[in-house]
Design a protein around this ligand. Structure first.
Ligand code: B1M
Length: 212
C-alpha cells in the first residue's frame, strides 16, 4: 500500500484525527484519486476496526475515536468527490433508522448523492418513523440506513408508517447498511437496495428516471 494511504489507514485504526486529515490532504496533493483514498485508506480501515471490535481487541470508546477520525477525513475528501457538470437530480431525505447511531455510511451515501447532483435533506441518526413521514412531502426519495441487526426492523416500521400515512405512493424508498440484503429490502417492500454509496447513486437515479 502507498505510504500516504498507510498513514490514513493507520490513523483511522488508531483514532488519530490529525494524521488522517494530514494524510488525506497529502494524498490529494499527490494526485491520488478521491475514490482510491476512500476505498484503500479509509473504508478498509473501518473494516479493520470492526474486526478488532469483534475479536475483543478494541472497545466502543476506541471505535468512537476511530469514527471521529474517519469523519474528519471524509470532510476533507468531500469537495473532491463532487462530479463536474452535474445537473439537479432530485431531493433525497437520508436518515439512520430509530435505535441506530451509526452515521458514517449514511453520510457517505449523502456525499456521493450530492456529488451526483441530488439535494440532500439529512435527518440524522436514530430517526423515528414519523420524521420520515413528515419528510416524504418534500422529497423524491427516502434513504434508510441501518448498521445493526437489531435496528433492521425499524426499516419495516418506517415503511409501515409511510403506508399508514398514505405517503408511500409519493416517494421511492431505498435501503442499505451492512446487515441489509436485497432479499430483506424486497421482503419489507422497499423500492430498492444498494450495497454501497456508488450503487445508491445509481439506484436513486434509476428510480427517479423511471417515474419521469
Ligand atoms: Co458499531 N457496530 N456499535 N459503532 N460499528 C458495527 C456495525 C458492528 C458490525 C461491529 C462488530 O461487531 N463487528 C456491530 C453490529 C453487529 C450486528 O448488529 N450484527 C456494532 C455494534 C454491536 C455496536 C454497538 C451495539 C456496540 C455497543 O454499544 N456494545 C453500538 C450500537 C449503538 C447504536 O447504534 N445504538 C455501536 C456503536 C458504534 C460507535 C458509536 C462506537 C461507532 C459509530 C460512530 C458513527 O457512525 N458516528 C461504531 C462503529 C464505527 C462501527 C463499525 C466499526 C464501523 C461502521 C462504519 O462506520 N463503517 C462497525 C463494523 C463494520 O461495519 N465493519 C460497527 C464505515 C461505513 C462507511 O460503512 O456504514 O457499512 P457502512 O456503510 C456502507 C454500506 O453499508 C452502505 O454504503 C456505505 C458506504 O459504502 N450503506 C448504504 C450504508 N447505509 C446505506 C444506505 C443506503 C445505501 C447504502 O441507502 C439509503
Amino acid at each position: 500500500m502507498d505510504d500516504i494511504l498507510k498513514q490514513i489507514y493507520q490513523g483511522i485504526v488508531e483514532g488519530q484525527q490529525d494524521a488522517v486529515t494530514a494524510g488525506v490532504a497529502a494524498a490529494l496533493q499527490a494526485g491520488l484519486p478521491a475514490r482510491t483514498i476512500l476505498d484503500d485508506g479509509m473504508l478498509s480501515a473501518m473494516a479493520e476496526v470492526g474486526r478488532l471490535f469483534e475479536e475483543g481487541e478494541c472497545y466502543v470508546p476506541e471505535m468512537m475515536i476511530s469514527a471521529r477520525a474517519m469523519k474528519a477525513g471524509l470532510a476533507k475528501l468531500q469537495p473532491h468527490m463532487k462530479q463536474s457538470n452535474v445537473q439537479a437530480a432530485g431531493i433525497v431525505a437520508l436518515g439512520t433508522v430509530k435505535g441506530d447511531l451509526h452515521d458514517l455510511g449514511k453520510n457517505l451515501v449523502g456525499m456521493m448523492l450530492e456529488g451526483a447532483g441530488f439535494t440532500i435533506k439529512d435527518l440524522g441518526v436514530d430517526v423515528p418513523p414519523e420524521r420520515f413521514v413528515t419528510a416524504a412531502d418534500e422529497v423524491d426519495v427516502i434513504g434508510l440506513s441501518a448498521l445493526l441487526t437489531t435496528t433492521m426492523g425499524s426499516m419495516k416500521t418506517t415503511l409501515d408508517a409511510l403506508d399508514a400515512a398514505g405517503k408511500r405512493p409519493k416517494v421511492k424508498v431505498i435501503v442499505g447498511g451492512a446487515p441489509i440484503t436485497e432479499d430483506y429490502a424486497r421482503h419489507i417492500g422497499a423500492d430498492g437496495y444498494a450495497s454501497d454509496a456508488s450503487r445508491a447513486v445509481a439506484l436513486a437515479k434509476s428510480l427517479i428516471s423511471a417515474t419521469e
